[in-house]
Design a protein. Structure first.
Length: 516
């Protein structure tokens, strides 16, 4: 019998991936195409939206060839994408400007003008404190680029643009799905829609807000031109899709309250599945909707954690690049230092703390003494990120009214360090199960496509997990004490770095509309 497959596409920052999966959730093939970031002298960081579309089409054709599938074997597709950026399209659903990347900080001019009352309203309504993301970006374009806004029909996302072009939407039909609402600021995330009063307060024109479409709702079928581009049948159903972090969580099978996911990548992300919308008044956590209609994720992250691991391999271990040999040495060194690192404490916030925000913080080693060697330097960093995760988990469980995690499902390059997996399991008090041979992002998008077909969404097969790390009960007390010590020092460091930061620069004049 011929295989029936679904397609999940992940529109990322450095590459676009396409993955083909069976209706039972098994992987058939994944292919990736690199994409470029454009950086300008004024600090703009952008991407070519049509280039992202072309990469999605190219990756799909490559995955089909790798799987040896006929185009007609694919029953549906869905697209996930990078989450905190913004697209602007005209009435014909064409880009008005290049994609405003999540790395682009021009909207800081808006953030500086958001007072505490409005910031709290945004936090409680959207589930995320205002940051360099979609909501302030929309306000920035409206405030500082009126000529661009005059051409803009709707805001949308990178993944939404690719899907909209593939099915031939007009600009007025542009959409976002609910997993992006926390980053878009002017939302009522609990209700799954917009809050007009927040839009007016932030200066976001309501006419440009796109429709909010459930993740598994079909937004259209592939146009004949797109069918040629992707190598798929015309009319193939395309679901609305979701954000990339939401896709990774769904692709990893994190769908029940008490489960958590760990993305041990460039950023170290810990998310806890919760049954209902909860906004964290401390602004430590973000609250993101599940793409499969099964609750929310309360999450936070250590920015640049992957870069810290790279720094360890280069500056401490002397490797030129963070390759497999470097990871092997890290994996061998970490167990050579005892749990608690003989009192050595590391702060992993090399470029500022994200959750909760403390931008002046930097990386730090505390209590360094002659007894500490390279193994201690390595283990202290791994433990520090685990302590950050514990703080996130405690905040999420408190908001959810729960006592403990049931398990942590992990993905990303950091899972290649067994000692780190064990540290996280013990510090968090739950089994730690790394995925093996699963590209969670494209799989999550494919699961949305399965839901769009009305088929049951499968879990992750047991053979797709590596060896689970179990909490070590004998170390629970030691790590409880070490965690409390870490938290105390973290509070002091946040205050100290803030006090030592240079005085704010004189207020700059507002950016002017360029003469173009």
């Amino acid at each position: 019998m011929a295989t029936t497959a679904v397609l999940g596409i992940d529109v990322g920052t450095s590459s676009v991936k396409a993955g083909l999966y069976t209706l039972e959730g098994g992987p058939l093939a994944v292919a990736a195409v690199p994409v470029a970031l454009d950086r300008a002298a004024d600090g703009a960081v952008t991407q070519d939206l049509d280039g992202l579309y072309a990469a999605a089409a190219q990756a799909t054709q490559a995955a089909l060839a790798k799987a040896g599938l006929a185009p007609g074997a694919v029953a549906a597709m869905a697209i996930d994408g990078q989450m905190a950026g913004l697209s602007l399209v005209d009435g014909s659903h064409r880009p008005v400007v290049p994609y405003d990347s999540w790395l682009d900080s021009r909207c800081s001019a808006v953030l500086e003008r958001i007072g505490p009352d409005l910031a709290r309203r945004i936090l409680l309504g959207s589930g995320c404190a205002p940051t360099i993301s979609g909501g302030p970006k929309m306000a920035w374009w409206a405030r500082y680029r009126p000529a661009v806004m005059a051409q803009t029909a709707k805001f949308t996302t990178a993944g939404g643009y690719v899907a909209g072009k593939a099915v031939g939407l007009s600009g007025d039909q542009a959409f976002v799905d609910p997993t992006y609402l926390h980053f878009l600021s002017v939302s009522d995330n609990a209700a799954g829609g917009w809050d007009p009063s927040l839009a007016d307060a932030l200066g976001v024109p309501q006419r440009a807000l796109p429709r909010v479409v459930p993740c598994s709702e079909v937004v259209g079928g592939l146009t004949p031109a797109a069918a040629v581009d992707f190598g798929l049948p015309a009319g193939l159903p395309v679901a609305a899709g979701c954000g990339d972090t939401a896709a990774a969580a769904a692709g990893a099978g994190v769908t029940q309250p008490g489960q958590a996911f760990d993305v041990a990548g460039t950023a170290a992300v810990l998310g806890v599945h919760v049954a209902r919308f909860v906004a964290d008044p401390t602004a430590t956590l973000l609250t993101m909707r599940s793409p499969l209609g099964q609750g929310f994720y309360a999450l936070a992250y250590v920015g640049g954690a992957g870069e810290i691991i790279d720094w360890l391999t280069r500056a401490v271990l002397g490797h030129v690049v963070a390759d497999d040999a470097a990871y092997a040495e890290l994996a061998a060194l970490a167990p050579q230092a005892p749990p608690g690192s003989d009192g050595l404490i590391a702060s992993p916030h090399f470029s500022g703390r994200i959750c909760p925000a403390a931008p002046a913080m930097r990386g730090t080693y505390l209590n360094l003494s002659p007894v500490h060697g390279r193994a201690h330097l390595v283990r202290a960093v791994l433990e520090a990120i685990a302590y950050e995760y514990r703080g996130y988990a405690e905040a999420a469980l408190h908001l959810a009214g729960a006592d403990s995690l049931s398990e942590i499902i992990a993905m990303g390059g950091g899972t290649k360090l067994p000692a780190w997996n064990g540290i996280k399991a013990t510090v968090l008090g739950a089994p730690y199960r790394p995925l093996s041979g699963v590209e969670a992002g494209t799989r999550g998008a494919a699961m949305v496509a399965i839901a769009a077909l009305g088929e049951p969404v499968p879990g992750v097969a047991a053979d797709r997990f590596g060896p689970a790390a179990q909490p070590e009960a004998a170390l629970a007390g030691l790590y409880q004490t070490a965690y409390q010590t870490y938290r105390g020092w973290t509070d002091r460091l946040a205050a100290g770095y803030a006090a030592a930061a240079p005085a704010a620069a004189a207020t700059q004049s507002e950016p002017e509309e360029p003469n173009v």
